[in-house]
Structures are given as structure tokens and as C-alpha cells.
Design a protein around this ligand. Structure first.
Ligand code: ARG
Length: 463
């Protein structure tokens, strides 16, 4: 057990900390991940203190050199983090003091661990956002890459999980790209709010020490400084917002995973998953299970759970800093780690999967995917939509009873249904023609999809 006088806050205490409290309250077991950011923040703080005359240039240089050396030892895994020193901040500061004595004892001038931890965490999240943006762009590229391979493939489009209208495979791929683009936009937008410097607000009220917060902001690449010290000390919006964006990314991954799991079943047979991302069964020799996709879907649960934890964590907190906030980091780290791993594997699965063209073609004529096109054909010939809907509905019922596609009905039957249904119907019926009939912007019309594919290639710098 550490002597309480060893603790940076030990002055007022005359008893020792119960070792159970040390174990209960430590955070270094997880916030050691902030070490690199803590050192960056401290180096900037020391430089600033020298600029306002609170440190001599020699003291500054000594502090910076020692911090950098500590940073190297941490990166090399040679730094002994000690639980009794509570957190990453006090571990690093103690090492500094052990090495350079009184000069090291000056580093904490004009700051508190409250603004320090918020600074470190913001720097960490900022880095994570940049990594995630790269991973999302890779996943988008994997989908756009498929567009050349899957050119011309038509799939059934579903609503209510029932066959609805024919859709180009590439239209599916680009739909995912849109969702991930919004995720990237959300990350970028949240990054602006993450990228405000809390350091210099000290514990909660500010400081009487001469400091220059804008100096530190510039050193660390922050866009501005948090305006209100009370807000700064208590605010975790930036972390919660990040956790929300991660949840939405996980949701997008999860619905895609679910779809591809279905498509890879014997019932669908639309898709062959790459075997490197499947595993077998220990009892059923024939099994090739889509475990990676299932885990991507499953891990969404913990990412959403982390967001809920964070929201509940802050809900009853009065201003300003409360120790509860220490619980924020494991949740955010876990969400970021989980989503990063999912994104990496998702891109590999997207690249490695193969559409089973014969199986798709074989079953495409089922489900009356061309019924809506036929209805629109009738509307274009002057029949009111509600009437046209009824007429085509009856024709579909006839075809269903006979278990044939619409195109297999006789010309006379179309004529009997409505005089405008002449031989021209055979130019719109059938899946291929139905796809070609689409014209609206954003539709699955081949020309529209081709336009969007080109736009994505440019946007993702793939050409
Ligand atoms: N380990 C703490 C955290 O993660 C750092 C701040 C502690 N501040 C304090 N006054 N005890 O929140």
C-alpha cells in the first residue's frame, strides 16, 4: 500500500487509503490508453507556461525532454504503471517528478486533472474519428469496387421482406455508400465540437495563474477554446455524441450483415460468402456459418449498450466535475474498438463475396416484380392511378392462380382488362424491361446508377 503522503493530493490527509478503495477507484488500468495524448497535452502546457513566464526556458526544456522520454518508454511497453497512483495523469507526473525533482513539480501549475483528462480524451477521440473516417471510406470503396464486377445484375428489391420491384445490384451497393457517407459527415460534424480545448479552465472556475489558452489550443491543433470553465469541467457531450455516431455506424453494419446472412442461406442462394470469413460447426460437417456477419450484427448490442451507459452516467450530475465521469472512458474505448474491428472485416467480406448469378436469374421472374411498371404504363395512357392499380391487381390475381408471370398472359386477356393494354405491354413486362422503365432521379434506372457510380468513384478518389 502506498503511503498517502506519496499521493499528489495527500497533503490534507492524515490516514491511509484503504487498499480496496485504491482498487475500486483506479482508472490507470484503462486510461493508460490516453498516455500519448496526456504527454502531448503536458508538453503544450509546459511550453505555454514558459511563454507566460511561469517556467524558465531551461525548466521547460527539462520538462519537455523528460516527458518525451517517458512517452518513448510507454510506447515501448517499458513503463511501470502503478495502480496506487490512480490514473495515467498521476503516473506520468510522478515519473517526471522522480526524474527531475522540483522542476517536475511545477508542471501542474494552472491546471487540474479535470481539464487535463478532458483534453486527453478529446485528443484521443479526435484521432479515433480520423481512423474511423478512413475505415468507412475503405468500406465504401469496397462497395463501389463491386459495381464493375456486378454490372447488369438485377436483384429483387423488397419491402416488408416481400418481393417488390427489381433493383440493380449496384443500386444496393450504392445505397450502403450513402449511409456510410452520412456517418462520415456525422463524424466530421462532431469533430468540430470535440476539437475545442478545455485545458486552462483548471478545476472548474479558472485560474489566477497567468496562462494563454490559445497558445495551447494552437499547439494541439484545437480549433478554439471551451468558453465556460464550469461547462468545460463537466461536459461529456463530445464523448456521448461520438458514441451515438458509433452506434449508428454499428446499426448500418448490422442491417447489412443481416441482409447478407439471409442472402447467403440455401433458401436465398444470392450470395457466396468468402470462406476466410466463415467458420464451421463442430458437429455438423456440412456447415459453413457466416460468423463474422453474425458477430458484426451481435456486437451492435454492446455499442448501443455503451451509448445508453453514457447517457445514464451523466443524467443526474450537478456542475461541475464529478468522479462518475471516469466511467466514460471504458465505454467509449469499447465502442470505438468494436466498430473499428467490424468496419475492417466488413470491407473484407464485401470484397470477397460473390453473387450467385444463375441462382438469382432463375428465381427473378417470380414475385411479379414488374406489376408496378405495368400499372405505371397504364397510368401514362391516361388511366387514373387508383383505377390502374385495381386493373393490374386483377391481372396479377389471374396470373397467380395460374402460377405464371404476367408476361405469360394472353394479349386478349390484357385487352379485356383495359383497351389501353395493347401489345405494348410486352415491351414493359419482364424484369429487364421493368428496370429500364425507371427514369426518376435517384431511381434504380441503369443510367441513374451509372451516373452515381461515376460520382462515387470521383468522390472516393478511385480513378
Ligand atoms: N481519472 C479521472 C477521470 O478519469 C481524472 C480526473 C480526476 N479528478 C479528480 N479531481 N479526482 O475522470
Amino acid at each position: 500500500m502506498a503511503d498517502h503522503k506519496q499521493k499528489p493530493w495527500g497533503g490534507v490527509f492524515d490516514g491511509e487509503t484503504d487498499p480496496r478503495v485504491e482498487r475500486f477507484s483506479e482508472s490507470v488500468s484503462f486510461d493508460h490508453r490516453l498516455a500519448e495524448h496526456d504527454i502531448r497535452g503536458s508538453v503544450a502546457h509546459a511550453r505555454m507556461l514558459a511563454s507566460t513566464g511561469m517556467l524558465t526556458p531551461a525548466e521547460r526544456d527539462q520538462i519537455v525532454a523528460s516527458l518525451e522520454q517517458i512517452g518513448q518508454e510507454i510506447a515501448a511497453g517499458r513503463f511501470p504503471f502503478r495502480q496506487e497512483l490512480e490514473d495515467v495523469h498521476m503516473n506520468i507526473e510522478r515519473a517526471l517528478i522522480d526524474r527531475i525533482g522540483d522542476v517536475g513539480r511545477k508542471l501542474h501549475t494552472g491546471r487540474s486533472r479535470n481539464d487535463q483528462v478532458s483534453t486527453d480524451f478529446r485528443l484521443w477521440i479526435r484521432d479515433a474519428i480520423d481512423r474511423l473516417d478512413g475505415l468507412l471510406a475503405n468500406l465504401q470503396r469496397a462497395f463501389v469496387d463491386r459495381c464493375d464486377r456486378d454490372h447488369g445484375v438485377i436483384l429483387p428489391g423488397y419491402t416488408h421482406m416481400q418481393r417488390a420491384q427489381p433493383v440493380l445490384a449496384n443500386h444496393y451497393w450504392l445505397a450502403y455508400c450513402e449511409k456510410y457517407q452520412r456517418d462520415r459527415d456525422r463524424l466530421a460534424d462532431g469533430r468540430r465540437r470535440v476539437n475545442q480545448l478545455p485545458l486552462g479552465t483548471a478545476a472548474l472556475a479558472g485560474t489566477s495563474i497567468p496562462i494563454d489558452r490559445h497558445f495551447v489550443a494552437k499547439e494541439l491543433g484545437f480549433e478554439g477554446v471551451v468558453a465556460n470553465s464550469l461547462d468545460s469541467s463537466s461536459d461529456r457531450d463530445f464523448a456521448i455524441e461520438f458514441a451515438f455516431t458509433l452506434s449508428l455506424i454499428a446499426e448500418h453494419l448490422s442491417t447489412w450483415a443481416e441482409e447478407w446472412i439471409l442472402w447467403s442461406t440455401v433458401e436465398f442462394r444470392f450470395l457466396r460468402l468468402p470462406q476466410a470469413y466463415c467458420t464451421g460447426s463442430s458437429i455438423m460437417p456440412q456447415k459453413i456459418n457466416p460468423d463474422v456477419l453474425e458477430l458484426i450484427r451481435g456486437k451492435t448490442g454492446r455499442v448501443i449498450g455503451n451509448l445508453t451507459s453514457l447517457l445514464v452516467l451523466v443524467k443526474g450530475l450537478p456542475l461541475a466535475y464529478n468522479r462518475d465521469l471516469q466511467e466514460d472512458k471504458p465505454r467509449v474505448f469499447d465502442s470505438a474498438d468494436t466498430v473499428e474491428a467490424c468496419l475492417e472485416l466488413a470491407a473484407a467480406v464485401v470484397t470477397g463475396a460473390e453473387l450467385n448469378r444463375p441462382a438469382i436469374v432463375e428465381r427473378l421472374e417470380r414475385g411479379y416484380l414488374d406489376a408496378t411498371t405495368l400499372m405505371e404504363h397504364l397510368i401514362k395512357r391516361g388511366v387514373p392511378q387508383r383505377t390502374a392499380h385495381e386493373i393490374i391487381g386483377r391481372l396479377v390475381a389471374t396470373a397467380m392462380k395460374r402460377d405464371v408471370p404476367l408476361a405469360k398472359l394472353d394479349a386478349a386477356e390484357f385487352q379485356a382488362a383495359h383497351q389501353a393494354l395493347d401489345d405494348s405491354v410486352f415491351k414493359v413486362l419482364g424484369i429487364e424491361q421493368a428496370v429500364l422503365a425507371f427514369t426518376s432521379e435517384g431511381s434504380t434506372a441503369p443510367a441513374e446508377v451509372a451516373k452515381q457510380t461515376t460520382a462515387w468513384k470521383t468522390r472516393l478518389q478511385m480513378e
